[in-house]
Design a protein around this ligand. Structure first.
Ligand code: SAM
Length: 294
């Protein structure tokens, strides 16, 4: 007799859709192959799909051979549609919410619906997949142990500068969505507030033909974007390094120097610490002499 393990059960199961539940289904941000198998199953099984832009989503659904009923749910009809969708859910319909790309609610509509669904006792089920913020963060090569998602900076410069100033001392890695039409001015405002040596990663057109990921210091990145108009096209995520804790940094330099000075001549120890930390050579040399003297 063969015994079905939980994994077998999982692999052979029927699409996991429960009447009266709200599914938040992530869709690709460029490469259609990034749709998950579970997303396809859920989208093909629910009673209806609420989509930000039905014409845009229809292309994805046709590509997947899905014919579930499609209706519009976006920021301009949220007020009117939220109660209607909740009534349908409470009457037993299963509904999937999708946005134009990526994970619904992440700088996309749906917050009101999900919040009220919880209030009314509707089961809310995430069907996870791509999110541009997380895809960019994973490829940025900047600290990932602690980060904040900042969404879109304000479009107007005064408000944007004010908003960036509030983030100037943030030590966590910050994730921004930036319109390509405002990329230069946003980078210049970041330069004014964060300084030219702040590192960041520029992630453009992720999962698409012209995918570009570049990590640099702010001043270098601005020059690069200004000199290549292609970098001012398409969809962009900026991952900005948090403010470096100077005290922590100084402690680390001292630690490296102390260990190396116990084994090596000053010149060699300094050379290695400069390589390891990227700090200024003269500063490290001065500190090495201080430590040696002490
Ligand atoms: N909900 C989406 C998600 O999960 O990523 C984000 C929607 S938000 C309205 C659109 C913004 O996401 C774009 O302006 C851009 O900053 C970012 N984005 C979306 N697709 C992208 C891609 N393929 N490459 C880089 N950024 C992308």
């Amino acid at each position: 007799m063969s015994v079905e393990s939980p994994a077998d059960k999982q692999n052979n199961r029927e699409p996991d859709v429960t009447p009266g539940s709200l599914y938040l289904v992530a869709t690709p941000i460029g490469n259609l192959a990034d749709i998950t198998q579970r997303a396809v199953e859920v989208l093909g099984t629910v009673d209806m799909i609420a989509a930000e832009d039905t014409r845009h989503s229809q292309r994805l659904l046709s590509h997947l051979g899905i014919r579930s009923k499609l209706l519009a749910y976006h920021e301009h009809n949220e007020d009117r549609m939220t109660p209607r969708l909740l009534d349908d859910l409470l009457a037993g319909s299963s509904i999937a919410l999708i946005s134009d790309a990526g994970t619904p609610l992440i700088s996309d509509p749906g917050y009101r619906l999900v919040s009220q669904a919880h209030d009314r006792g509707v089961t809310v089920v995430p069907v996870p997949g791509v999110c541009a913020a997380i895809a960019a963060l994973s490829a940025a090569g900047l600290a990932t142990d602690s980060f904040t998602f900042e969404g879109f900076p304000p479009a107007k410069q005064g408000a944007r500068l004010h908003y960036l100033e509030r983030l100037a001392t943030q030590q966590r890695t910050m994730i921004f969505y930036v319109s390509c039409h405002r990329i230069i001015e946003t980078l210049k405002d970041m330069l004014a507030v964060f300084g030219g040596t702040r590192r960041l990663a520029f992630a453009r057109e992720l999962t698409k033909t012209f995918e570009t990921i570049k990590r640099a210091e702010l001043s270098e990145l601005i020059e690069w974007v200004e000199n290549d108009e292609n970098q001012r096209k398409g969809e962009i995520v900026l991952i900005v390094e948090g403010k470096v804790d100077d005290a922590k940094d100084a402690g680390q330099v001292d630690h490296y120097l102390t260990v190396l000075l116990s084994e090596l001549p000053v010149k060699q120890a300094v050379k290695l610490v400069v390589k390891m930390t990227g700090e200024n050579k003269n500063d490290i040399y001065k500190r090495a002499l201080e430590l040696k003297g002490a």
